[in-house]
Design a protein around this ligand. Structure first.
Ligand SMILES: *Cc1c(COP(=O)(O)O)cnc(C)c1O
Length: 451
């Protein structure tokens, strides 16, 4: 009887044989060849075909080549072409090619980033990126960085640091004594805070009861004069980049007022903090250095691969021990872009947003925000027309945008986040908008004079 090779032997031969990796490399290249031109959202057929993954957990070990083929044949077509140039949904980001390639190598390294002794190279890259980010964003010297999965976790870290420090100053050690019986804190935030912030506050035991909401203006900016009287119990949460309008809070005023009483200021700068890397957009971030902690995503505006968030703070708190060496891709992104590249990227995303706004306005759409950054809010003549147009856009495969409600009105939200977006992509998407709206008009038998 021929002895069946055991699992370990098989795995060794898979590593040595390379076929698996060659196979997946050819799939990856095929994907790259397609993704910039293909339908942005998967077709109905591709989604239907996902049923193949709904199977019971197999008893037998699988055939590697078939597993990879299944993933490519049925998985690749059911991805969203988010790395391409015509995805404008949510606030996402593509991947800078050097970083994508560096990620492949890093995958093979499979390092644990928890400690220096677990991986000297990863510790070095983290130290390098920390220095570069503090330099680029012009944050106070000595600010330290934690490399986490995204801004949700980064904000968790920043607000935890603020909570603990404010309580420490009042003689209360959260680590030792917990929160029960702790002195009260006050949380000050804008009406238009991102949905992840209340979630983080709940996790940190800072319930809705201690939140004081500051009114915002028409663009979603906190009105500094309407902030309540601050004191040393206050955790103030400001925002660089409103997720709908892209607007920025008045950091300078907020920072000055907080500084007088030693309140803690955290800035949620998920996609907007990168404005600091552009000479023409930098004014938007004026005064950010007066804050105490900052959260920012590398996987949005900066176009580092997922998942990559950063907490910058005077103290170092991150929740995980073992974690992915995501800094490899971040380092490769920053090194390949350089300061000039970051600036060019930020400016290009903003220019495309302006182009979208101008071209859509010329076609009779309404633009509801001041386009200060990469976000554009679009509406048709009526709420019903807006919603139906958005549905047609999403089905078209030509581009993809999300919906939101702004000042009580449904809107189509465009977020330009991909390095891959070209002028032609914007123009093609504007054509798709017009066609989507015309389809609504004609299906309702409304006469339309628009072209
Ligand atoms: C995306 C975003 C978040 C959440 O970031 P994740 O990386 O998804 O965790 C928080 N705040 C703002 C303003 C965002 O745009």
């Amino acid at each position: 009887m021929i002895k069946k090779p055991d699992l370990q032997e098989e795995m060794y031969s898979q590593i040595q044989g390379r076929e698996l990796f060659e196979q997946v490399k050819s799939y990856a290249y095929a994907y790259m060849d397609e993704v910039y031109g293909r339908n942005v959202f998967p077709t109905d057929e591709a989604i239907k075909n996902l049923d193949i993954f709904d199977e019971p957990f197999p008893r037998a070990t699988g055939n590697p080549a078939l597993i990879l083929r299944m993933l490519h044949e049925y998985g690749s077509p059911a991805t969203v072409a988010q790395t391409g140039g015509r995805y404008f949904g949510f606030v996402t980001g593509s991947s800078v090619p050097t970083a994508l390639a560096a990620g492949w190598l890093s995958d093979v390294w499979d390092q644990n980033a928890a400690l220096y002794v677990l991986s000297p190279i990863i510790s070095q890259l983290e130290a390098t990126c920390e220095k570069w980010l503090v330099d680029l964003l012009e944050l106070p010297a000595g600010s330290v960085a934690g490399f986490v999965s995204g801004t949700s976790t980064a904000t968790l870290c920043g607000l935890a640091a603020g909570r603990n420090e404010l309580l420490r100053r009042q003689g209360w050690d959260v680590h030792l004594e917990g929160l029960f019986g702790a002195p009260n804190l006050r949380v000050i935030l804008g009406e238009q805070v991102h949905a992840t912030v209340p979630k983080v506050l709940a996790l940190l035991g800072l319930g809705r009861g201690c939140v004081e909401i500051v009114p915002t203006d028409k663009q979603g900016r906190m009105v500094a004069e309407k902030m309540p009287e601050l004191d040393g119990h206050c955790l103030v949460i400001a925002q660089a980049g409103n997720v709908n309008t892209g607007s920025f809070d008045p950091f300078d005023e907020i920072g000055d007022r907080a500084g007088l009483v030693n309140a803690w200021v955290h800035i949620d700068g998920a996609f907007g903090l990168w404005a600091a890397g552009s000479r023409t957009k930098k004014l938007l971030t004026y005064g950010i250095e007066k804050a105490d902690s900052w959260s920012v995503d590398a996987h949005k505006t900066l176009n580092a691969p997922y998942d990559s968030g950063i907490i910058l703070c005077g103290m170092n708190y991150t929740p995980e021990m073992s974690r992915r060496a995501r800094v490899v891709e971040l380092w490769a992104t920053l090194k390949s872009l350089g300061k000039d590249g970051v600036e060019e990227l930020v400016d290009r995303l903003c220019d495309h947003a302006r182009r979208f706004a101008e071209n859509l306005q010329a076609k009779g759409f309404r633009i509801l925000n001041e386009v200060v950054f990469n976000q554009v809010l679009v509406a048709c003549d009526t709420p019903e027309q807006t919603k139906a147009t958005l549905e047609n856009i999403q089905k078209s495969g030509e581009c993809w945008c999300g919906g939101a409600v702004w000042n009580g009105e449904p809107v189509i939200r465009i977020s330009v986040c991909s390095w891959a977006t070209t002028v032609a992509d914007v123009e093609r998407s504007v054509v798709a908008f017009v066609k989507a709206r015309n389809t609504v008009d004609s299906s309702k038998n409304v006469e339309t004079k628009r072209t």
